[in-house]
Ligand binder design. Structure first.
Ligand code: NA7
Length: 533
């Protein structure tokens, strides 16, 4: 490849989050350049530094498995690590494996253009870098671009407005302030109890109540750590064989096989278990059978009514319109208890939506709230957000934006027809957040890297997928989505978290083992669904 204004590389990796970092390491024998929008590594755990940010999967699992020494030497202080510990870990990995020399920080990719003559991508970045490379790996994350609803009057508000995914590094002091908080998903539920302790008053603007269970977080005990370290290799393998790449206790009995007393005992145990998400696996059919699911929903509603003292507030906090697990189950620390504080008020913005911000606060259809600060935890333009914001031109100058106008199409979540040599990690229609993302990201990077290695061995210039194979994958994604309760909730999984967003089901909910087998089988069967040149 020879192009005077362009530096050349074998592979450009977009994003230095956990998958991008591992991709740099795995592909270090090639000339690799990584572009990262942030000033540091860690992706999600770099950007989401709001108070209370914490992973909801055990850290012994939610960590890299590619290097035995790394997993033996690293010590997690808690079962469920807080953001600073995850960021510290990301930095440790970057230093330990010499990744930084490949990463260009604060330098987002703006444009990708496929050069058909060269069979290579021209990469253009915000800082003016120009790279010609054979392969691009987009490790751009599923939850990268904050969703900021277009409320009118934002610019007139005289206080501060924050989004949890763009939290100031120096933190925020809410002492003595009247704070409005919008968004009661996983993020809001983590942040609010901490802010409530500081603020003069916290107004919680709730559109949809959340199912939430206690996290059971605690300092990591030495015995648990020893046990994991003694069995790490074997457990990493086992994880890949479970639905969510996580070793929670998957219930084997249907809720319908249990007596009411047995159900109550099982659910109580799950609620108090030290393993997050256990409610969803208390019975074998919570995620697949509406009646079994409703038993768990009602259990949580009873918990809410028993915790929250004011009956009207408790009722408003009870989710009734969607199944538990239909969107991600929230894992909290004192969320429902927070509503017993005198300085916390729950405001229903389902019946009376937010209409605008004004100089002194915000207005809903029912009233006016004077505020000093507004925090939005309104989620993300998920899954497709980061890819859609780059100008990506494939074969024939066709753009990804046009191709995805009605929603993303992919083959195996990894490639898009007409965009050769461009791979995605955690792309649309992969298990994404339905499986533990560090381990499954590592697996996807290995699968991708094996394809690249194989292409280089064979002397192939170009790999693409066909529209027919995209259609086959779309059918698989849609088929499995009708088998779980996810279909009954509006969430970022099905693009319904943002008004007007098109996309349908963007997460593969058929389980990681099935996903892995389908990806492996496609390659094994002579690159079924791909075209190699
Ligand atoms: P989520 O789960 O998408 O939650 C966003 C929250 O913001 C949710 O409660 C939304 O209500 C609320 N929201 C969004 N737009 C509005 C408007 N216009 N008015 C009022 N409320 C609004 O994002 P998170 O950051 O909490 O979690 C994302 C993932 O991170 C999570 O799934 C885990 O994987 C970790 P809605 O429910 O749409 O009515």
């Amino acid at each position: 490849m020879n192009s005077p204004d362009f530096e050349t590389a074998d592979i450009v990796i977009i994003g230095a989050g956990f998958s991008g970092m591992y991709a740099i390491h795995r592909l270090r024998d090639y000339k690799v350049v990584c572009f990262e929008a942030g000033d540091g590594v860690g992706g999600t755990w770099y950007w989401n530094r709001y108070p209370g940010a914490r992973v909801d999967i055990e850290s012994v699992e939610y960590s890299y498995g590619f290097d035995e020494e790394l997993q033996q030497e690293w010590q997690w202080p808690e079962y469920f690590s807080a953001q600073p510990d995850l960021e510290r870990y990301a930095n440790h990995v970057a230093d330990r494996f010499g990744l930084r020399k490949h990463i260009r920080f604060a330098n987002p990719v703006e444009k990708l253009q496929f050069d058909e003559g060269e069979n290579a991508w021209r990469v253009f970045t915000a800082k003016g870098d120009r790279v010609l490379c054979k392969y691009v790996i987009a490790a751009t994350g599923s939850l990268t671009i904050p969703n900021i609803p277009p409320w009118p009057g934002r610019e007139t508000f005289t206080g501060d407005i924050y989004h949890t995914a763009r939290w100031p590094e120096e933190g925020v002091d809410f002492s003595g302030k009247r704070v409005g908080f919008i968004g009661t998903g996983s993020t809001g539920i983590q942040a609010m109890p901490i802010i409530a302790e500081q603020a003069e008053h916290l107004y919680v603007f709730q559109r949809t109540p959340a199912y939430c269970m206690p996290s059971g977080n605690r300092p990591l005990d030495a015995e648990h750590e020893r046990d994991w370290k003694a069995h790490y290799a074997q457990r990493r393998e086992q994880m890949l064989d479970t639905y969510g790449a996580s070793l929670v206790d998957y219930g084997v009995r249907s809720a319908h096989e249990c007596t009411p007393q047995e159900r109550e005992a099982i659910l109580e145990q799950a609620w108090h278990s030290k393993s997050a998400f256990q409610l969803l696996f208390a019975f074998s059919d919570v995620m697949t059978d509406a009646a079994a699911n409703e038993i768990v929903c009602e259990f949580v509603r009873c918990k809410i009514r028993s915790i929250v003292k004011d009956p009207a507030t408790a009722e408003l906090l009870c989710p009734t319109t969607y199944p538990i697990g239909g969107k991600r189950l929230c894992i909290g620390n004192g969320y429902f208890e927070m509503f017993n504080r005198d300085n916390v008020t729950l405001v229903d913005v389902r019946s009376a939506p937010i209409t605008e911000f004004y100089e002194a606060g915000l207005r809903t259809a029912a009233g006016e709230y004077e505020l000093d600060a507004i925090v939005t935890a309104t989620g993300f333009d998920a899954v497709t957000g980061a890819m859609s914001r780059m100008a990506i031109e494939g074969v024939g100058g066709n753009t990804l934006a046009d191709k995805w106008a009605e929603g993303p199409t992919t083959y195996l979540g990894a490639m898009v027809a007409g965009f050769p040599n461009l791979f995605m990690i955690h792309g649309p229609a992969t298990p994404g957040a339905q499986a533990q993302m560090i381990t499954t990201g590592e697996w996807q990077v290995n699968w991708t890297a094996d394809i690249i290695d194989d292409m280089e061995r064979r002397g192939c210039a170009r790999i693409d997928v066909t529209e027919a194979s995209e259609a086959v994958w779309a059918e698989e994604v849609s088929m499995v989505s009708t088998q779980t309760v996810h279909q009954y909730a509006d969430s970022w999984y099905n693009a319904k978290n943002i008004e007007g967003k098109k996309g349908g089901f963007m997460i593969y909910v058929g389980g990681f083992p099935r996903f892995r087998e389908l990806c492996d089988a496609a390659v094994r069967d002579g690159y079924r669904g791909f075209t190699l040149a």
